[in-house]
Design a protein. Structure first.
Length: 279
């Protein structure tokens, strides 16, 4: 990165687990060309979840091939033990130095260029996140995935009091102030024994519950999204596990496990949900 004297504006955290097929499909081809065109200093942190295929080697080769060509960016590859999405994202967030920190899926189901839609609200919100439930014309997924997603969101809203339409979209942007929520995870705390093991399906829900307790301002923004098939997801089994984990999150909130009192949690309906409705 030739202009490393500049403060990093954007950290992009990309968790990975056995992504060799996605990498070879070319899912990262637009990532760095787009970021280089933005003109601000950035870093991309590939946080690997103990992959057992060639993912780490492919990412290391990718980093080495690109690093000397970058004008504004830096590439980092983190190697972690297998612990699931929560632990992997948290590892990347702890490494991040940007004023804004985006985590996004490896398969780029939401193109990196959509971050411009989120950054439009950077002066007014602490958390800005993509939603597939506002402009459904920009979302391409099977009907049964939409049905299950809608059911999950209804249950989540009922049990947590969140007014967010889509907690699960893997395209979320946090400012430096909001990144403290990753240190306050309870159900998905990487340093705490979690009976769910590496399964972290309701990780995003816990992030929003903590943000609500802290009174952080959040904005939900419609984005483009396309489903890419994977054999890692068992919709029925995983939905049941997510439901059980939401109950654990609800219990942790009622027990006062998160910063902010239980009384505060019953009064606010955040995270300051100006974000739940797109204007």
């Amino acid at each position: 990165m030739k202009n490393d004297h500049n403060k990093i504006f954007l950290s992009v955290i990309i968790p990975s687990y056995n992504e060799a097929k996605n990498f070879q499909r070319g899912c990262l081809k637009d990532l760095l060309p787009f970021l280089e065109q933005q003109g601000y200093a950035y870093e991309v942190i590939f946080s690997d979840d103990g992959s057992t295929d060639e993912t780490v080697k492919l990412l290391s080769d990718y980093r080495d091939a690109w690093q000397t060509r970058l004008q504004h960016g830096e590439l980092i590859v983190l190697k972690n033990q297998h612990g699931g999405k929560a632990a992997t994202v948290c590892a990347g967030m702890k490494q991040a130095r940007g004023a804004w920190r985006l985590f996004t899926d490896f398969d780029q189901s939401t193109p990196i260029s959509e971050v411009r839609k989120l950054l439009k609200y950077q002066d007014s919100f602490d958390i800005i996140f993509g939603s597939r439930k506002i402009d459904t014309k920009s979302v391409h997924a099977k009907w049964y995935r939409k049905f299950i997603g809608d059911t999950f969101n209804l249950i989540t809203r009922s049990l947590t009091g969140l007014k967010i339409r889509d907690t699960q979209c893997g395209f979320k942007l946090f400012n430096e102030k909001a990144s403290v929520i990753f240190d306050q995870l309870y159900v998905y705390n990487p340093e705490r024994t979690n009976e769910a093991g590496a399964f972290t399906g309701a990780f995003d829900v816990e992030l929003f519950v903590i943000a609500k307790q802290l009174g952080l301002k959040a904005k939900e923004v419609p984005i483009r999204w396309q489903h890419f098939a994977t054999d890692r997801v068992n919709i029925v089994k995983d939905s049941w596990r997510m439901f059980k984990d939401i109950l654990k999150i609800r219990k942790a909130k009622l027990q006062g496990r998160y910063q902010g009192s239980k009384d505060q949690g019953s009064k606010d309906q955040g995270p300051k949900d100006q974000g739940s409705k797109e204007s």
